[in-house]
Design a binder for this molecule. Structure first.
Ligand code: BES
Ligand code: ZN
Length: 587
């Protein structure tokens, strides 16, 4: 059983620790230096590593003797294999190298792309298979490693990593500073993460701080102030937090995801800063990965649902503990709406709607979807209901305990469930859920009075029903989302105007509501929505918003050219992964 996205071959040996000495060069847009790789046990013969766009200068053994190496032909998805020839008894080696300005894991921001506007900024995003463009290693979650790092940058910039902070000292050259880190818990390579910029820290509680540019720090600290309560709730559900600290890095707007669960330092999009804590489910999600994903890890992207389906389930258990069952049912309903749209997009019978996928020759970024998240959630929730809450809670803790710091497949998961909860898999028809496309007919349902109320108001739009000011005034963000998504589409532009004037939707500060509204406005040909979308697409690079808005603009012949022109103008401000996604939409 091998990872279709890695050249690594584990019979050759395993890298179990690494030590990086790197310098960040903002002028050249490269990271250069050396990495020492330590093998689990002394080995000899070939050792294949993953690389992408790395320039390898030399490889040395532990006595600084040159070691033979060769780079294979580049593959568009995998990158290039780096084959080392290890002399007998090799237990460590050192690679001197530099990254390329186009490294897929890195985004280099000009000062104008930051909140402060005065300093450059760099951040990494290694999931799914981009760590190899930052460090040569066995880039498969099957191979966990601990690490140390020393990273040099120009003052007054500060480097942060998803690791324990070990202090800093002046570098060799004046005006340079070296930051030291250590990660004692073994991680899969996709959880390597680094950022550098004009960063400040604000303490949130005994185990957590938030970092961001000073211009955003106050807002970020307010929005995420509930993090300690979340950690406590999560520990009550899933067992002890095993990563010591849980810090947050509030990212620049071009960060392409809502959040990334980098251990000890979750990365979050600034589009969560709604000013009312209504979007903190993303924080709960990334925190939940500290158990499901970072402790129990998918063996490859073919088992990604194990990471994300379980984490959406865990996220909603945390929310339920903090906000109650009704609020959680609303989140589940939004997820279910999204899943319905995704299933329709892929079409009946599409292999992309399976939970366990087959990804030979497939770029994981290209098939990213809500399916592993929301179909995975429904499946885990079904297991929960079939086993009963008490038994399932005990099962979850044993699952996490049993596979902590390991990477597993769907099949290993199934064997464990069969042992622990005999008969449950058969009862829920697990094979159908995991291996067949689409949605089986036994999905769990979450009846919610508030969901029904919002959706039936939306469905009755054409017969003149409108939310009263009292009703809409009490709606949570999630009810607005359910309402907007359930409205008929397209609407008449005058109808959009009516809604907009009553509820000031085009001026929304909640990025999720704004995005849902703009999507509806664009397909309805409502000009103010098109204008606001053009502005919004320049303010935020989160793919969750770029995807539907560029799709809507491109679908309507009257705005298609506008979408192209807008993208030409904004392309450079987007993350490389986001650029590729928008290109795919506009092609
Ligand atoms: N690990 C993912 C982000 C990711 C997945 C990056 C695959 C690259 C490849 C993260 O935990 C995530 O799921 N983020 C979601 C949050 C949401 C489901 C609450 C996002 O970014 O929207
Ligand atoms: Zn996730």
């Amino acid at each position: 059983m091998t990872d279709p996205h890695s050249y690594a071959s584990l019979e050759q040996g395993r890298v179990s620790a690494c030590s990086m000495n790197l310098t960040i060069d903002f002028e050249a847009r490269v990271v250069r230096g050396r990495v020492r790789l330590e093998l689990e046990r002394p080995t000899q013969g070939p050792l294949d590593l993953d690389t992408r766009d790395l320039e390898i200068q030399r490889v040395e053994d532990s006595q600084a003797r040159p070691m033979a190496w060769s780079l294979g032909e580049p593959d568009p998805i995998l990158g290039r294999r780096l084959r080392l020839q290890l002399p007998e008894g090799t237990d460590s080696l050192e690679i001197h190298y530099s990254t390329s300005p186009g490294a897929s894991a890195l985004q280099w921001l000009q000062p104008s792309q930051t909140a402060g506007g005065r300093h450059p900024y760099l951040f990494s995003q290694c999931q799914a298979i981009h760590a190899r463009s930052l460090v040569p290693l066995q880039d498969t979650p099957r191979c966990r490693l601990t690490f140390q790092a020393e990273i040099e940058v120009a003052e007054p910039l500060r480097v942060v990593m998803a690791a324990a902070r070990e202090g800093s000292e002046p570098g060799q050259m004046p005006g340079r500073r070296v930051y030291r880190f250590r990660m004692p818990q073994p991680i899969p390579p996709y959880l390597l993460a680094v950022a550098a910029g004009n960063l400040e820290e604000r303490r949130l509680g005994p185990r957590s701080s938030v970092f961001s540019e000073p211009e955003m720090l106050e807002r970020a600290a307010w929005e995420f102030a509930g993090v300690e309560d979340m950690i406590a709730a999560a520990e009550g559900l899933f067992g002890p937090y095993r990563w010591d600290r849980f810090d947050i890095l509030c990212m620049p707007p071009s960060f392409p995801y809502g959040g990334m669960e980098n251990p000890r330092l979750t990365f979050l999009t600034p589009s969560l800063l709604a000013g009312d804590r209504s979007l903190v489910n993303v924080l709960a999600h990334e925190l939940a990965h500290s158990w499901t994903g970072n402790l129990v890890t998918n063996a490859s992207m073919e088992h990604f649902w194990l990471n994300e389906g379980f984490t959406v389930y865990a996220e909603r258990r945390i929310l339920e503990a903090l906000e109650g069952a009704e609020a959680t049912a609303l989140h589940a309903a939004i997820g279910r709406q999204g899943l319905g749209r995704e299933l329709a997009r892929f079409g009946e019978g599409s292999p992309h709607t399976r939970l366990r996928t087959e990804l030979h020759g497939v770029d994981p970024d290209e098939v990213f979807s809500l399916v592993p998240y929301e179909k995975g959630y429904l499946f885990v929730r079904l297991l929960h209901e079939a086993a009963g809450q008490e038994r399932f809670d005990a099962f979850l803790r044993r699952y996490i305990e049993r596979f902590a710091f390991q990477s597993i497949t769907t099949e290993e998961f199934l064997a464990f469930v069969e042992d622990e909860l005999p008969g449950v898999l058969g009862r829920v028809r697990a094979r159908e859920w995991l291996y067949e496309p689409g949605l089986p007919d036994n999905e769990p349902l979450f009846p919610s009075r508030r969901k029904e109320a919002a959706e039936s108001l939306a469905r009755a739009w054409s017969s003149g029903a409108r939310p009263g000011d009292d009703v809409a005034g009490r709606w949570a963000a999630s009810e607005w989302l359910l309402y907007l998504e359930a409205l008929p589409r397209p609407m008449k532009p005058e109808e959009c105007r009516e809604l907009d004037e009553r509820f000031r939707l085009t001026d929304q500060g909640n990025s999720e509501i704004l995005s849902a509204w703009l999507g509806l406005g664009i397909v309805s040909g409502y000009a103010p929505a098109v204008e606001r979308a053009a502005g919004f697409l320049g303010e935020i690079g989160r793919m969750k918003f770029l995807r539907p808005l560029y799709t809507a603009l491109a679908a309507n012949p009257s705005t298609r050219e506008r979408a192209r022109a807008l993208f030409e103008e904004l392309r450079e401000s987007y993350h490389p992964i986001a650029q590729a996604v928008v290109e795919g939409i506009l092609r």
